[in-house]
Design a protein around this ligand. Sequence first.
Ligand SMILES: C[S@@+](CC[C@H](N)C(=O)[O-])C[C@H]1O[C@@H](n2cnc3c(N)ncnc32)[C@H](O)[C@@H]1O
Length: 201
Amino acid sequence: MADRDREKWDRKYRENPILREERSPCRWLEEYVPEGDGKSVALDVACGTGRNTLWLARHGWYVDAVDISPVALDILKERAKEAHLDERIACRLVDLDRFEAPRSDYDLIVETNYLDRPLIADLQTRVRPGGYFIVDTYLDHPDNERETFQSDFLLQAAELPLLFADWEILAYEEYPNEDETHRMMKAGIVARKLPTLFEEE
Ligand SMILES: C[S@@+](CC[C@H](N)C(=O)[O-])C[C@H]1O[C@@H](n2cnc3c(N)ncnc32)[C@H](O)[C@@H]1O
């Protein structure tokens, strides 16, 4: 499976110039994520060519950027180097189907345009109390222009808040995308992990 996924995504990145263009980060980063304080660490899940990673690094964050496509990661490394941000970004070639996050105390995890429900459940344990989790990806919706998506890879309406039922939800919206190749409905959530309650002695 991993080899097939890697080949498929490498081919997409090689053959589709639009996928290699520099793109704005996911809207929630600009709206909700504070400046990094020099120690803040984020995980960008299925980072692609790094639109979110690069934004975070520019805003003072250290980022673990993980993806299965060496072609996408090479583009990200090149951009990071050009922008003198390479010291802030650790690119890792991983198969998310068999991924163990390198830390358990991320200040932020961001997963955009990629959906793996069991992975979200696992990664929720990798955010420190008070840290953030942002998910923003495609919804199963009759108005979607692209119908070839497997429904496993699409969110259902109102599903994300249920996945984050134990978290403080700072924002949730279902909305039509902009600036992407196909008109699609998306859903995005910004959630904050509630602080752990310690029992008084
Ligand atoms: C639609 S792109 C999203 C890229 C980026 N998150 C964004 O929002 O621009 C999906 C990404 O998932 C990566 N991917 C797909 N299957 C994967 C897997 N099993 N493990 C790691 N990455 C994977 C692809 O290489 C691709 O870069």
